[in-house]
Write a protein that binds this ligand. Structure first.
Ligand code: CA
Ligand code: CA
Ligand code: CA
Ligand code: CA
Length: 329
């Protein structure tokens, strides 16, 4: 089971599956359901689930959210009935979010137990986390990772990508017993989303088509990505600032900027049209003063308190307001 799939690859794969293999075992679907109609159905099922289920909130220490005991919290869900008839439903604990995707308005839900005390990342970065994936339909588990996995968010299914984006990494990662890594005060939560933000009509092992999904997770770390190695972090290649790096393609060559090492298509590589700087700060040193067109990319502090900052300068030689790497003229 892989979360990793480019959205456009899913679409291509779906077309192949449904148009060339009418006799396969994927449910006999010939064409994809209408997204708006499917969303109405999914939405009703999701709301029903959240109204009738609870999670093990009694095992989480809300008085001391940053406690070490919470670091190993593992979320489980159950139905509100019988001995659990008085449990608080998820519907009164989740936060509601909406997003437009494939021209369809989707609602998804985020359960935030702890945001996390470490660094921020974007959905263009890779996140290391432990997680469990379950079906809303019957709570069956289709994926369960107890050791941290590194997952590139940009190529993940949309619900996973936008849900994880709201959390932060652990404040500290220390070696525990048996060489296992323990994350201190990382993000802990769950996301609940409709099939339209999941695998939709694409069959996956353990996931029937058009399944609403749940992911519960503990975030460890994040690695900032520079997918095309052009010296600019992928998260900084979201030119229109809509939190989606896949829809920015300055030279219209079909490769979005985050995956294009010559963004303006002028034959000069992007890495040769920017300037990269590194600043090393000893404890007590003043912060560097960055130029107007200079942006911090990464910042690391080692055990001796020495901080290394890397920046990129978007030079604009002809002064027309368009940086050189996006200026083909
Ligand atoms: Ca964008
Ligand atoms: Ca391009
Ligand atoms: Ca690029
Ligand atoms: Ca160029």
């Amino acid at each position: 089971m892989k979360i990793i799939k480019f959205t456009f690859l899913i679409i291509i794969a779906s077309v192949v599956i449904f148009s060339c293999r009418p006799d396969d075992d994927s449910g006999g679907a010939i064409e994809l359901a209408d997204r708006n109609e499917q969303q109405i159905e999914d939405s009703a099922e999701l709301i029903e689930f959240l109204n009738t289920h609870f999670y093990n909130y009694e095992d989480f220490d809300f008085m001391n959210p940053e406690s070490a005991a919470n670091d190993t919290f593992q979320m489980t869900f159950g139905k509100i009935e019988g001995a659990n008839a008085d449990k608080i439903p998820l519907s009164s604990q989740v936060e509601t979010r909406t997003i437009t995707y494939f021209d369809t308005e989707y609602t998804y839900y985020v359960l935030k137990l702890r945001e996390g005390g470490g660094k921020e990342y974007t959905n263009a970065d890779a996140v290391s986390l432990t997680y469990r994936g379950q079906l809303v339909e019957d709570l069956s588990t289709f994926d369960f990772k107890l050791t941290q996995q590194l997952i590139g968010l940009v190529s993940s299914i949309k619900g996973f990508q936008v849900g994880l984006d709201e959390f932060r990494t652990a404040e500290d990662i220390v070696e525990g017993s048996g060489g296992f890594l323990n994350a201190r005060n990382g993000g802990i939560g769950a996301i609940f989303f409709p099939s339209g933000l999941g695998y939709y009509g694409l069959f996956q092992p353990g996931i029937p088509v058009y399944s609403e999904l749940i992911f519960s997770f503990n975030v460890f770390d994040a690695i900032y990505q520079d997918d095309d190695n052009d010296g600019i972090l992928s998260s900084l290649e979201d030119i229109d600032g809509d939190n989606d790096v896949t829809n920015d393609d300055t030279d219209s060559d079909g490769n979005p900027n985050f995956a294009d090492f010559d963004d303006d298509g002028d034959g000069t590589l992007t890495i040769n049209e920017i300037v990269q700087n590194t600043y090393v700060l000893n404890p007590g040193d003043l912060e560097p003063v960055l130029a107007a067109n200079e942006v911090e990319q990464t910042r690391e502090t080692d055990d001796d308190g020495v901080t290394t900052i890397s920046t990129v300068v978007f030079t604009d030689t002809d002064g027309d307001g368009t940086p050189d790497y996006l200026d083909a003229n």
